[in-house]
Structure formats: structure tokens, C-alpha cells
Design a protein around this ligand. Sequence first.
Ligand code: NAG
Ligand code: NAG
Length: 427
Amino acid sequence: MAIPRFSSLLRFRKLAKSDWLVASIGFVLTVFFLSFFFDPTSDSTTLSVDRSLPISDLVKLKLSSKAKGRRAFCLDGSLPGYHFHEGSGSGSKSWLVHLEGGGWCNTIASCSARAMTKLGSSNYFEQEVAFQGVLSSDPSQNPEFFNWNKVAIRYCDGASFAGHPEAEFKNETRLFFRGQLIWEAIIDELLSMGMSDAKRAILTGCSAGGLATLIHCDYFRDHLPKDAAVKCVSDAGFFLNVPDVLGKPTMSSFYHDVVNLQGIGKSLDQKCVAKMEPSMCMFPHEFLKYIETPVFLVNPAYDLWQIQNVLVPISADPDKRWAKCRLNIKDCDAAQMKVLQGFRSSLMDAIGEFHQNKDGGMFIDSCYAHCQTVMTVTWHSPTSTRIENKTIAESVGDWYFNRNPVKLIDCPYPERRFLKLLNAVES
Ligand SMILES: *[C@@H]1O[C@H](CO)[C@@H](O)[C@H](O)[C@H]1NC(C)=O
Ligand SMILES: *[C@@H]1O[C@H](CO)[C@@H](O)[C@H](O)[C@H]1NC(C)=O
């Protein structure tokens, strides 16, 4: 009997120490996220300018030279663009193309409003943006891909680079729904800049750009040399078709409107579209199985954007019971935590089949986050989330370079660190 008691004492002391650590990391992250979400000029899905970074990390905007000829325009009719950082050394024939995110617009009114922002018009694009995380050229921040050619394509169509021109000019409004043409024009341009000789390539993107990564993954593969190693990494792009907390189909009716307004059906997976209503094929769960190119999913189990917009949109919380929990998982009560665990279970069910995909990879952590690949603090840093002691950067690298199969799923919040400690004590 003495041994278990000693063991539980040890457990208590270790937990106490770890609580302190967890609390301090939690504090840092809370401050970090608060500063993030309350800054109206930047959010986690769009590229930003951080003046505190070294000048070398700021990359200039280039408006597309092929867009005009292909009639590929942002919502307001301005030219789309991208930021390009040339690769060097062993990375000179390797290309990483990132698709910026930033939600979608589903009505004439919301698209018109968007056309007057940087998510709908290049007139408002920053002239330079910070290349961080998977876009960083610093080997200590981006050990696997630092010297690759890196491109960040700006998001200005409001439909995950997939809108089709036939749907234009409804209600005499001059809006251009040409996301698909933007995608094709800029890929063509990159091919003529040397990407047609690529030996290695990754298509990636976050949020609406993470969804676009999945939508366009096979197109990307098909336009690169046959012998190139081409793979796709979707960050926070696995949007779930779940009802909100009031039981209303908020997300599926939103996608229904986006798909119909912008005519996205033709850009979606045709095997999927043949089987169901096109807007259902915006949900990765429905078309992931048809993607032939290897795919890696980076997705938090409690994706912050999905909690705030899919599960608990403002419309589903009229009496503001969720106001605190929506912002910080530590402020959720037991009943709310149960709802969040249900959301996590829905994600687990939705990726169940993908688990059997031998070329696929995943990193499903338990952070309350959104877009973890484009910020160094979450991609690869001493404080970034780890599963099996690997950062997201190391996990994606292991998978891309075929060093190990990578199917990492963290335990549900908040048990993870306790389980780990218990195992350490027990063994
Ligand atoms: C076009 O205008 C009519 C009448 O104002 C409105 O009912 C309809 O929803 C509008 N269509 C779109 C796509 O906004
Ligand atoms: C985890 O990884 C870090 C850096 O990669 C290493 O220094 C540390 O020893 C590892 N910890 C464990 C428990 O393996």
C-alpha cells in the first residue's frame, strides 16, 4: 500500500508544477490571442504586416501580369496579386504556394461591402506582408522549407478561389465572381516564373485558403511536372457540416448561398457534385476521398473560427451565455465543454475514413486556435503546440519527405498533459 501512496504524492507534486507551467503558458497565449482578435486591422486568416519583424521577412506585393488577359479580377474589378520570395540553394527548384484565407461572402450586400476591403480589392492590399511560419526564410523558424520559392496568393474573390464568371452581375451590381480565373491565372504565371521546372511543390493555405487548397489540390498536381513530388497541406480548412447550438444549419445554409451566388459548382469535385447538392461538396468530409494527391490536414479539434461561426454564431447565442467561452476555452462551463467535446467528436468522425489513407497525414491538436502554419509561434517555436514532441513544422516535414507516417491526434482538452504525466509516473 505504501507504493501507491508514494506514487500519488509524486503525481500531486508533478501536477502542481505542471499546473503552474500550463497557467503561465495559458496566460501568454491568452494575451497573444486577445491582442490578435481585437485588432480590427488584422485577423489570423489574412496575411499581415508586423513592423517588429526584420525587413528581410517583409515581401513585396506583385499584381498579376496574366490576370487582365484572362479577365481574372477581384470582386471590385481590380487586379489580383501575390507576394513572391525567391528560393535559393537546394530549395531553388522547390515551390510552396500559400492561399490566403478570410471567410466568404454569401450575398450581394456582403460581397459589395467586401469589395471595399483588402479581401475584395487589390486597392486595399498591403504593399508588403510578413512571411512567417511556413513562409519564413529563417531556418530556425522554418527548418524544412526555409529556402524554397515561396508565394502567398492574396484572397480577393470571397469564394475560396473557386467562383465562376457565369454567376456575375446579378441585380445589376458590378461585382466580379472570378476566383477560379484568379487561381488559374496566377498558377500559370508562377509556372512561367520557373515553377514548371519544380522538383518539389506544396500547395497550402489557411481557413478559406485551406479549403481552397483541398478544392484545387489535384489541379495543382496536374499542372506541375509528372516527376515532381507534389503534396497539399490544408490548415484549418476542414469545415464541418454540423448544426449550431440552437440546432440550426447555419454553416450549410451559408455555403449554399455562397455556392449559388458565386457559381462555384463547376470548380468543386465533380465526382462529389454528381452525387449530391453542390454546396455539400464545399465540406471536405464529402470530397476528401476523391482527392488523388497526398493531403495533410492541420486542424485544431476546437477550431476557434468554427466554434465562433459554425457552432456558436452570434445568432445562436441571443442571451450571450457563450460570450466568454467563445473567446477562451478556459471560461467554458461543464455544459459548454460537453458541447465542444461533441464538436471534436464530429471532427473525429469526419476524418475517420481519412485515417486509412496511406499517403495522407494529419496533425489534430487541442488548441483553441485557427491558422497555425502561418505564424512562427504556432508553426515552430519553443512554445508551439507539440504532439509526440513534434511541432507542426516537424510533423509536416516528416510526412512531406516520407520520413515517417504522420497521423497525430492530441487527446481532448484539457486531459492531455495530465495523461502524459500519469503515464510518466506509472511507467
Ligand atoms: C435581387 O433583388 C431582389 C429584389 O430586390 C431580391 O429579392 C433578391 O434576393 C436579389 N438577388 C440577390 C442575388 O441578391
Ligand atoms: C522534445 O524535443 C526537444 C527539441 O526537439 C528536445 O530537446 C527534448 O529533449 C524532447 N523531449 C522529449 C521528452 O523527448
